[in-house]
Design a protein around this ligand. Structure first.
Ligand SMILES: *Cc1c(COP(=O)(O)O)cnc(C)c1O
Length: 371
């Protein structure tokens, strides 16, 4: 029996060796830990990597989402109480951020095949209060951005991206207002603690995000906004700077593994999501499979040493945190049978740059033996 952990960070040591420790040591010796040269250097490098004008490092992905929305409110582009369309099958942070900014999430069914926002449902989901769309590139798959942006343009809506699972996914050129990233350790680009960033072409928005994350001050001890403390520290920035040059090759390995999973998992009881037309538009943060007997499949794989997780077992609208929210006008949605079905049938199988070819073959073999 081969043991296959769900995810392992062994590849970081394999590919970076002692250079990471040296980068961290240089920060320690510099005696400068917040708002220093590493953070600026990483912001510049990550903006360039994303093909955007500017990146603002913040404390984590939830803050990146929240501050991007709050900055839009400060600039008068959104108002508290405005509705923001969000896919119903997302990690709870997306919905929490919209609420934290004083906006109303409108949960919309995903496309059951791709699991990202179903663009054909946008029109019916809008009300006169809808002002923005916050897409989630779930599992690392880019949402159909040209279609989303075209729809948004026709209705005068803003477009934001939750790119916390999609570092390095690229498609055709498009322009959202801003994208939020998380550098939680297990993301495709992860720090060794918390970290996040807002990436945008909008210099004005970036400046407001930066001051909101620094107590709302523009100049030291002069507070323009009611801000928070949310900054990317120098140690995390140094780690991210060292890892960034490897991101494309790590994503390429994920794409290679996904291609094998898509081609070789051949069990009528197990559905895989289709690979995208442009392979680079999916960075496979997670490889989901869908099975009516999901819990049985999970046990079966566990008995064979294959570890799996569920992303996510309870969709946001069924969480206790949001009970009564619809009645209070803090959340809007109609019946969400597709999102609920995905939550009941999804299983994430091992994925990541540490996986060996033998492990991949073993996972495929095990899935094909499930009956
Ligand atoms: C991880 C994640 C977040 C939150 O990021 P944190 O850094 O953990 O706050 C938000 N949205 C999605 C889709 C995520 O996967």
């Amino acid at each position: 029996m081969i043991q296959v952990p769900f995810y392992s960070l062994d590849y970081v040591e394999r590919d970076l060796g002692s250079s990471l420790a040296e980068s961290v040591d240089a920060v320690i010796k510099s005696n400068w830990y917040i708002r220093g040269s590493r953070c600026s250097a990483f912001e510049e490098a990550f903006a360039a990597y994303c093909g955007a004008k500017v990146c603002v490092g913040v404390g984590n992905g939830l803050d990146a989402l929240t501050l991007m929305l709050r900055a839009s409110i400060q600039l008068g582009r959104l108002q508290q109480g405005d509705e923001v369309i969000v896919p119903a099958n997302t990690f709870v942070a997306t919905v929490l951020a919209v609420r934290a900014a004083g906006l109303v999430p409108v949960l919309v069914e995903p496309n059951p095949e791709t699991c990202v926002l179903d663009v054909s449902r946008l029109a019916e989901s809008c009300s006169e209060k809808t002002r923005a769309i916050l897409v989630v590139h779930l599992y690392g798959r880019l949402t159909d951005m040209p279609a989303v942006c075209e729809f948004a343009k026709s209705r005068g809506l803003l477009v934001f991206e939750d790119a916390a699972q999609a570092h390095g996914a690229c498609g055709v050129p498009y322009s959202s207002n801003a994208a939020a990233y998380s550098f939680y350790p297990t993301k495709n680009l992860g720090a060794m603690g918390d970290g996040g960033a807002v990436v945008t072409d909008d210099l004005e928005l970036a400046q407001v995000v930066r001051s909101l994350g620094n107590y709302g001050s523009v100049e030291k001890y002069v507070n323009k906004y009611v801000g928070v403390n949310s900054r990317l520290d120098e140690i995390q920035a140094a780690i991210l700077l060292a890892k960034l040059p490897h991101l494309d090759s790590w994503n390429a390995r994920r794409q290679q593994i996904a291609a094998r999973y898509c081609a070789e998992i051949k069990n009528p009881l197990v559905r895989v999501t289709p690979g995208p037309q442009n392979p680079k538009s999916h960075v496979w943060h997670v490889f989901p499979v869908f099975c009516e007997r999901r819990d049985e499949l999970q046990k079966f794989l566990k008995a064979r040493g294959v570890e799996t997780l569920i992303h996510y077992p309870i969709p946001p609208h069924l969480q206790e945190a949001f009970s009564g929210a619809v009645v209070r006008g803090e959340l809007r949605h109609s019946a969400l049978p597709i999102a609920e079905k995905l939550a009941k049938t999804e299983l994430s199988i091992p994925m990541g740059p540490s996986l060996t070819d033998d492990q991949v073959s073993y996972v495929i073999e095990s899935l094909n033996e499930f009956a």
